[in-house]
Design a protein around this ligand. Structure first.
Ligand SMILES: O=P(O)(O)OC[C@H]1O[C@](O)(CO)[C@@H](O)[C@@H]1O
Length: 534
């Protein structure tokens, strides 16, 4: 691997500063540097990748044994080595079995739980299962991280398919979040879902207690209007939630990969079990592709290789995810957890330091909003920020087709502008056309130069349906997996979130004035003193 990492850097140095636009003198480039699958097209031609660089990246994938690792994951091997667990979120959307963990086929259990979820969702949606005041009008999902970001993102994404109760998501322990969400809701017609794999997460349990108190003021038996999504069925029972409304999953489903099973109940309630099945089918279609396509034609592998090229190869530490799709507004936040919790690690599986940078900083906002905010830096800042655009060819509002045309035009224009840039001569011509001359022309022109050569990829899909969303999410999941395999990382643990949690627990009594905080640093103690008003 070490030789290949050096070779990758050498390739990056070779192409540095090369005018990217010239690559299109090869008329076949757009075709050769894009792949389609079903209703989507992934274009990675507006990058500095060329055949030699691709060859090194593919060699890296082969040397890391991506295909064998992939098969091990799908086959139920315990590839999450630091926790001794299999990684089988794909089983939540699988059709064909058996899928064995410790010699047991997990599919019958997955199907049985999904059937229970569907039955519950149908009955809530029809009003057969109802609250003290009648059919449920609202559902409040309380969870955080993987128990919130995926279903919250997907529920917003699939708004055109909502035909059930309104579904709200509360995650933050900041009381403002639950306060503002519950305000205006009728507790007698609200279903609360407590979504927590462990059923111990302090934010979730604090919010659940607050929701229970709120409900208890209007409902004699508040627990009867609670459901739980958790692996910890002993704890859900102790919380008073009847087993018929508890939907469990196994330890081989990681939090940030869990929206395909019980954690997706909020989404299922919003769009119905039939549409939820379409979402699963989309994920499954991507699984089938990932398992069967050659590395060089494999969408998740290609996304991963482009990511590795930009980050570990060219040294661009961040990646902007820019959905030109308002309903994908939460996609960047969802991907932040998926990518940064999975691949934000400095130690490889074998305990050694990584020889290259870990996964990138992922961030973004929907276009066109971002254009009027941070794109200035993307176009003219000193750093290069590889951009990932996502856009639907068609919107869901035929009467607003002119909006959609503008949206798509803006998306495509951005990737074109990033690549082409504007030279000093072009800027001078522009200023001359506006009547400037001499030193003033020169001065103004310099501010209007765009360096160009800035890489981007575009994922374009026909329409954002449940099936397409399932494909997109599975595409990103597998991309993160492939990047992790190439880096030698265990993408499925998250030890980096623990220290802060432990310290917060110890600080609470200090803030309450019950503990002097002996041994704490001066900064922390001063902040505590301010918070306590002294
Ligand atoms: O579902 P739980 O157990 O409440 O955990 C929530 C989230 O907390 C984390 O463990 C990180 O703090 C995530 O990985 C997980 O998605």
């Amino acid at each position: 691997m070490d030789r290949l990492w050096s070779e990758l850097k050498r390739q990056a140095a070779r192409v540095e500063g090369r005018p990217m636009g010239r690559l299109f003198e090869d008329e076949g480039r757009a075709r050769r540097y894009s792949r389609s699958l079903g209703d989507m097209l992934f274009d990675f031609s507006k990058t500095q990748l060329d055949d030699d660089a691709m060859a090194v990246l593919l060699d890296l994938a082969r040397a890391a044994e991506v295909e064998a690792r992939r098969d091990a994951m799908f086959g139920g091997a315990k590839i999450n080595e630091t926790e001794g667990r299999a990684v089988l979120h794909t089983a939540l959307r699988a059709e064909a079995g058996p899928i064995l963990v410790d010699g047991q086929d997990v599919l019958p259990g997955v199907r049985a739980t999904r059937a229970r979820m569907a039955d519950f969702a149908d009955k809530v949606r029809s009003g057969e299962i109802k609250g003290a005041g009648g059919a449920y009008t609202d559902v409040v999902n309380i969870g955080i991280g993987g128990s919130d970001l995926g279903p919250a993102m997907a529920t917003l994404a699939l708004a055109p398919f909502h035909d059930g109760p309104r579904v709200h998501y509360v995650s933050n322990v900041d009381g403002a979040h639950i306060h503002d969400t519950l305000q205006g809701l009728d507790p007698t017609r609200t279903l609360v879902i407590v979504a927590s794999k462990t059923f111990t997460t302090i934010e979730t349990m604090t919010n659940a207690d607050t929701a229970r108190d709120w409900m208890a003021r209007a409902v004699a038996e508040p627990a009867s209007q609670f459901a739980a999504l958790s692996s910890a069925t002993d704890r859900t029972g102790a919380y008073g939630i009847d087993a018929s409304r508890v939907f469990g999953f196994e330890d081989w489903v990681g939090g940030r990969y869990s929206m395909w099973g019980p954690i997706g109940l909020g989404l299922m309630l919003a769009i119905g079990p039939g549409r939820f099945e379409e979402f699963l089918a989309g994920g499954r279609a991507m699984d089938d592709h990932f398992r069967s396509a050659a590395l060089s034609d494999n969408l998740p592998v290609l996304l991963a290789l482009v990511g590795i090229w930009h980050n570990q190869g060219q040294g661009h530490a961040t990646r902007a995810v820019l959905p030109y799709d308002q309903r994908l507004a939460r996609l960047p936040a969802y991907l932040q957890q998926l990518e940064m919790e999975s691949n934000g690690k400095r130690v490889a599986m074998d305990g050694r330091d990584l020889p290259v940078e870990s996964g990138p900083v992922v961030w973004g906002e929907p276009g066109t909003n971002g254009q009027h905010a941070f794109y200035q830096l993307i176009h003219q800042g000193t750093r290069v920020i590889p951009c990932e655009f996502l856009v639907a060819a068609e919107g869901h509002e035929p009467e607003l087709a002119h909006h959609h045309r503008l949206l798509v035009a803006n998306c495509l224009a951005q990737s074109e502008a990033l690549m082409r840039g504007r030279s000093l001569d072009e800027a001078r011509a522009l200023m001359a056309a506006r009547g400037l001359e001499g030193a003033e022309l020169e001065r103004q022109a310099r501010h209007r130069v765009f360096p160009g050569n800035r890489p981007s990829t575009t994922l374009i899909y026909r329409r954002l349906t449940p099936h397409v969303l399932g494909q997109i999410i599975a595409l990103y999941e597998h991309r993160v997996f492939v990047e992790g395999v190439i880096l030698g990382i265990n993408s499925f643990d998250q030890w980096g979130v623990e220290l802060g949690k432990e310290l917060a627990k110890a600080l609470e009594p200090v803030l309450a004035g019950e503990d002097p905080g002996a041994g704490k640093d001066g900064s922390t103690l001063a902040l505590v003193a301010f918070a306590r008003g002294g």
